[in-house]
Design a protein around this ligand. Structure first.
Ligand SMILES: [Zn+2]
Length: 285
């Protein structure tokens, strides 16, 4: 996504506009994508971090329209904190789901009730359908814009970077199921929370599933070859193709892979708990 400036409004389709929050970084790419759906009645999808400048940019883009809904894919701090600010300006209804806090959740997001799979947001010229997609985090939802067959994918599918699965609220097995679930919908394009619009959704989704399968195979191969290893020792072996600067994050995804294998009875911790996360030792069963 070259030469995109924070706050600049880009028309993506007849119903959808995008602006990017000014929070670029290793985990957020160019910044969080905020989408405006509709013209007169607007649903703001993923309003972004609690940055008053970004909220002003959203309100300015909406102009004479009215923000009726603020829809969030999940409640990580780069996606939902602006929701409360926008709602207090506009009286908009909050759509999303909250989770018991795991230390990574935006506690200011408080919808009247949690969105559920299949719920609809029906505006004057659009219909958004909620699709439960746990995995990145347990309260993650994607939203299908039915009229245009576009899906807002939040952090379920990102453009240009790999989604981090943080257990226990993140779950690798759920994540893979949720990827397969999206393929059941008639989708033309994916609109991610970070990165650019993606065509060929089936190709993208199949590629992501294959990527995780390959990584899982590598975990099994390394454990088969080396025997028991600590998370800290296993990480550079399984992620030898990844920038070492990203290994602390990769270690968390590795843990998610191991928990999936544990659930399936294929791997297990050899010491039940160690006070140091990285010193948990894992082996094949
Ligand atoms: Zn997230």
């Amino acid at each position: 996504m070259s030469a995109v400036r924070a706050g600049e409004v880009i028309q993506l389709s007849s119903r959808v506009r995008r602006l990017i929050a000014n929070n670029p970084g290793a985990m957020t790419g160019a910044g969080t994508n905020t989408y405006l759906v509709g013209r007169d009645e607007v649903a703001v999808v993923d309003p972004g971090p609690g940055d008053p400048t970004h909220v002003d940019a959203i309100l300015q883009a909406v102009g004479d329209g009215r923000v009726r809904w603020v829809v969030v894919t999940h409640t990580h701090p780069d996606h939902s904190p602006a929701a409360a600010m926008l709602a207090s300006h506009t009286g908009a209804e909050l759509v999303g789901s909250v989770l018991a806090d795991d230390g990574h959740q935006d506690r200011t997001f408080a919808p009247a009730s949690n969105v559920r799979h299949g719920d609809l947001v029906i505006g004057k010229d659009f219909t958004l359908e909620a699709i439960a997609t746990p995995g990145h985090v347990a309260n993650h939802y994607c939203y299908l814009l039915r009229e245009e067959r576009l899906v807002f994918t939040g952090d379920h599918i990102m453009g240009g970077s790999t989604v981090v699965i943080i257990p226990p609220s993140g779950d690798m097995a759920d994540y893979l199921h949720s990827l397969a679930r999206l393929k059941e919908y008639p989708i033309k394009s994916l609109l991610p929370g970070h990165g650019d619009v993606m065509g060929d959704p089936i190709g993208v989704i199949d590629g992501l599933i294959a990527h995780r399968r390959r990584r899982e195979d590598k975990v099994l191969r390394v454990l088969r070859g080396r025997g028991e290893l600590s998370l800290a020792d296993l990480t550079p072996l399984v992620y030898d193709d990844v920038d070492p600067g990203l290994h602390p994050v990769a270690q968390v995804s590795l843990w998610a892979h191991l928990l999936k294998l544990e659930k399936e009875g294929r791997a297990g911790k050899t010491i039940e708990q160690h006070w140091l996360f990285g010193q948990q030792r894992w082996g094949l069963l």
